[in-house]
Each structure stands twice: as structure tokens, then as C-alpha cells.
Design a protein around this ligand. Sequence first.
Ligand code: GLN
Length: 285
Amino acid sequence: MTITDWLTRAKAALAASGCPDPEIDARWMAEDTLGMTRTDLKFEADRAIGDAQLKRLEAMLERRCAGEPVQYILGSADFMGLKFEVGPDVLIPRQDTETLVEAALIALQSAGPDSAPSAYSSVLDLCAGSGCIGLSLATLVPHARVTLADASRDALEIAKRNMHALGVKADLRHGDLFAAVGRERFDLIVSNPPYIPRGELAQLQKEVQYEPRLALDGGPDGLDFYRRIAEGAGSHLNPGGALYLEVGAGQAPDILELVKAHLPCVEAGTIKDLNGIERVVFAKI
Ligand code: GLN
């Protein structure tokens, strides 16, 4: 079977299984298994696939057709142009979350080390999961001192491997939200906490059912974590510090109110994602 034959076959099987992106998923599996780039696949479209590689591709295809996310099958996901190891213990990084990282990036860079006294350098990533938010900041902002906190030890193991793979340093802390960092204070707190209302979890697409419930379940109205973060942020931010939260579609007005009610904000607002959805709520104190 040639590369083109397999890609055609895989796309048809994926489409029939209800996969939303058959073309992309088939290509990613082929690139990974054959060790080729997207361009290689095109130039060597007529090359025959070896038996061992074909067997691996077929096994991947079967898992993907059953609904398992392609990132868990490949063991990695792209985020902010970086590669992150992922597995069933962590949420798969979403493009939506790049909006949060970009906002934090601007904050960190505009208050750089030379613009003291307002310089931001310490960052806390709460509910860090794979570490995609905090580790992207650590990679892109050399002066950032990043702490990653998560309630799941299994997630922190993955975050630790991602930290080593990216060649950056971060403090890894285990614990339930702010309990992970005691009385420490930070210049920036960033978080993409679980925010799906509990009653909606069962209706999410089948791919999401493979992701850890702990990373998705935001309590009865989806806002449990935001309440606790808003309550605790004031005693964990340095003077002049800022909070950046990713929020679910439609949640921004409620979360902005929550944050304003608990923090002495000098500025607070929302930032839209590429789809025009209010995706980030921020507050500066
Ligand atoms: N911070 C991680 C992410 O954005 C995990 C978020 C979570 O588990 N809710 O992907």
C-alpha cells in the first residue's frame, strides 16, 4: 500500500466514524509513523509503506475511529509552536488557550526587567496540567520564573517531562489550587481551570470523554474554580500584579464580576479569542 492509498483509506474511515478533521488526523498519524513532514508525504506519495509501519498506522486508525483523540494516540500536541507530551492524565492543550498565553506574554514583556519597579517576573500557573501555559511562558520569556501547580501528581509528572524536553526551569507544586503554594506571592497568576458545568459533561463530544474529568468539571454551574481563584488571588499577588483567566464561552461577564468583587482592581476586562468569543478575563491590582 502506498502513502496515498493509506491516506485515502484512512480519511474515508475517519469520516465514516464521525471524526471532525479526517484529513488532518490521517496526515498527523502518517507523519508521526513514517517520520516525515507534510511536504515529504506529498513528494513521496507513491512510496510503499513497510509492513511494520502499516501495522502501526492501522492500530492508530482503529483507536482514532473509536473516538480517542489523535493527540493521545500520538502522545503529543502542538501549542504555541511548541511540542507538549500529553496523555489521559492531562487535558489536551487547545488553541483557545493561546489567547491566554499571548495576553500573559504581553504583560510579561511590556513590564520587562528594565522597567522596574513594575517588572513582572514571577508567574503562577494554577491547574497547570501538561504545563502548556506556564512552560510556554518560561520558554518564550527568559526572565520569567514560573511555578506550575496542579492537584494531580500524574499531571505534574507529565509537566515535569515537558519542562525537561523544552529545556526550561519551573517549580512544580502539588496541591489543591493555592494550597500548593502556601503564602507565596506572584506577579502574575494565570489559569485555565476546569470550567464545564457538571451537567453538561456527558453531552460533550466523544473525544472529550477521554480527557480527565478532573480537568473539565467546573462544578454545578462551571464556576467553582473561578470563585476560589478570585477569593485567593488577592493574598497571592504582589502589589501591581495581575490575574489572567481563561473562561468558557458565555462565562466572561459572570467571572469578571466575581473577580471585581474580590480584588481591588485598577483595571479589569476581557480579551476575545480568534473566533470573537470573550476567552480571557484579566484583572490588575
Ligand atoms: N492548563 C492546562 C491547559 O490549559 C490544563 C487545564 C485544565 O486541566 N483545566 O491545557
